[in-house]
Design a binder for this molecule. Sequence first.
Ligand code: ZN
Length: 296
Amino acid sequence: MFETTLAGSLPKPSWLATPNVLWAPWTLTGTPLQEAKEDATALAIRRQEEAGIDIVSDGEQARQHFVHEREARVARAATARKLKFTLPGPMTLIDTLADGYYGDRVKMAFAFAELLNQEAKDLEKAGIDVIQFDEPAFNVYLNETVDWGVPALEKAAEGLKCTTAVHICYGYGIEANIKWKESLGESWRQYEETFPALDRSKIQQVSLECRNSHVPPELMTLLKNKTLLVGAIDVASDRIETPEQVAATLKLALKFAEPERIQACTNCGMAPMTLAVAYGKLRALAQGAALARKTL
Ligand code: ZN
């Protein structure tokens, strides 16, 4: 119980990319860049293991192209632990492309869902244990999410035997998101619309932000059939949580779900942080989960 994992991204070392920014430009080119990406992936995994994380990720150290099989194989070779890999979900993917161009967003989403499904199957073959689709667009298009967003996501996950997860989230570190969230008020209830549809879906794990979040924790009761990726780490603050604070978040989740269905996670990716803060937070996450297990 309380297995520990993370939403996905981690900061890149300065010899790979400009530190502390989202979508950082690479520091190198050509073969040195390829080698540096592979070293950074192995190092990110080793640092997660040292921090005590159970389900590690490649930290999105090498991402650039749509086809990630090589990155998955590098990450797989670097760890014996369970390994998570993130992909964009179909709705989020088409939302970032020029909309209007294809005319029919639904058709376009399902076309991308098929490509993602092929990609996910290749990742599964490469030995990935958990494939997590990132779908922040689910918070923006609530009706569409229920109508075709979740079905397109299921299409992307069709036939997979590995564990499947979806990370929705309110977005962190981007100016447009910060402005949008200011308009949402004290209680963020968007998940109330989408969680019932996700609970009926075949996706096995669903994330939600808890630590320092405006998401009402009782929305967890809408996910009766899922493993909950409970965000116990605030990614919008550089202040490192104490193990006690992490344990308190996990215990709060126990009011709404059985311990076997709870995983300790970060609220979102940690790419824009410093390495010291990000891995400090992961250590606190592991220590807090251990503390919660002990005092259960
Ligand atoms: Zn996120």
